[in-house]
Design a protein around this ligand. Sequence first.
Ligand code: SAM
Ligand code: SF4
Length: 455
Amino acid sequence: MRQPLTIPLHPAASPARLPVNGKRFHIWTIGCQMNEADSSKIAATLQEAGYVSTQNEREADVVILNSCVVRQAAEDKVAGKLNSLFQLKRDRPDVSLVLTGCMVTNQHARLRERFPHVDLFFDPSDFGQLEQIAPEISSLSDDLDQLPHYYADGATGNSSISAFIPIIYGCNFLCSYCIVPYRRGKERSRPLTSVVTEVERLVDSGVREITLLGQTVNAYGHDLPGDVGLAELLRAVDAVPGLDRLRFLTSHPKYMSDEIIDAMAGLRSVCEHMNLPVQAGDNDVLRRMRRTYTRDYWLDRIDRTRRSMPDATIATDVIVGFPGETEAQFLQTRDLLERARCDKVHLAMYSPRPGTLSARWHDDIPAEEKRRRHQELEKLQERIQTEIHASKLGETFEVLVEGNAKGRWTGRTRGNTLLHFADARNVSGQVVPVCVTETSPWFLIGEPAPAFAPA
Ligand code: SAM
Ligand code: SF4
């Protein structure tokens, strides 16, 4: 079992921590990095209130499930987990079961009917509700927003080196297949100063890499007064002394402006890595997905990024088997991926989500055919990644070391590629120059540069 890491919060920014009260909590999380960040904030809140985390749900006083319903498979996993907790509640009626994340709709009555053993259905944007199962929270701070989103103590399995910070909640797009806007509401950006303060606190605590999060992270600031945008925020965060690396995800192509690309290229800490989901390579499919751009527009944003940062790595998301997607349209997506040569592609098979626009259309691509298209793109991408990684042989990359597994150090390059290397010295949390000696489609292997001496 992973040993908890304790990193004190910045004393000036941390609210008074209550004494340990003997109660234990357990958090189970699936889904995107936003959920991981929310779980970290829940853990931080409970720990500040005197609770202690446990990896064993059977010995916890509070069990929190942070759910995802982006695809049916994720929703099924959450339902399975909830059902498995029936027995725990029967054995120990005093345990508090909490459901949060995207499975929580505003129709609590329906949820209560389906999962009567759950004590609280709570919307992660309203932390005050946690008081219903952890009344100690009320003595913490008048403003729960001041609590950190991240607390590096192992409660949620996050590394103490890297932290996720949500900067914008919700989404104003209405992609026809997507459930997120119905569950997370309209875009709400956090004030710039609040984000910067949180980054300062984390860096003071030893965090070296920050990833700014949002469903449409590059829409940051559109709802704030004045001329605030992601580029301004990147400049403000980059100025925090001691921060090594700054990343952001997920961007929407429509808002990937030249200004943001130029800010990325010009700022010391901002990594040359962009996550820009395209979803499909055919313009008719993109139109029916309500994505608001064309394939050429997406390609133009990638080209512009590579012109400004020749070493930039690009990740994207693709859905196969969208309703009505013909073989010719699928081949357009294949062709786009061949041309773009992304460093990583997150592939998904279309899954109808009740309540969305496309769920009203016939889900006409059979599961078998979705799987075939998925496998074909997987194979293509494996070849592309094999070629891209092979071209890195002999190159040296700065690796921020996140941990050690099976005797090898593991970290990521600025381009977000996994790189493993052996070194008898303790290099945890350090930036190590590593020369690539072996490659695979999924990661690189290397040796520390001879001149490197750990700090
Ligand atoms: N906001 C991001 C964007 O604009 O692309 C993505 C957020 S979404 C929660 C994460 C990914 O899940 C999407 O990029 C998409 O590929 C996938 N996804 C969302 N809805 C889906 C669905 N109904 N079926 C299959 N995949 C889906
Ligand atoms: Fe969903 Fe589209 Fe919003 Fe992304 S931009 S969260 S895919 S609605």
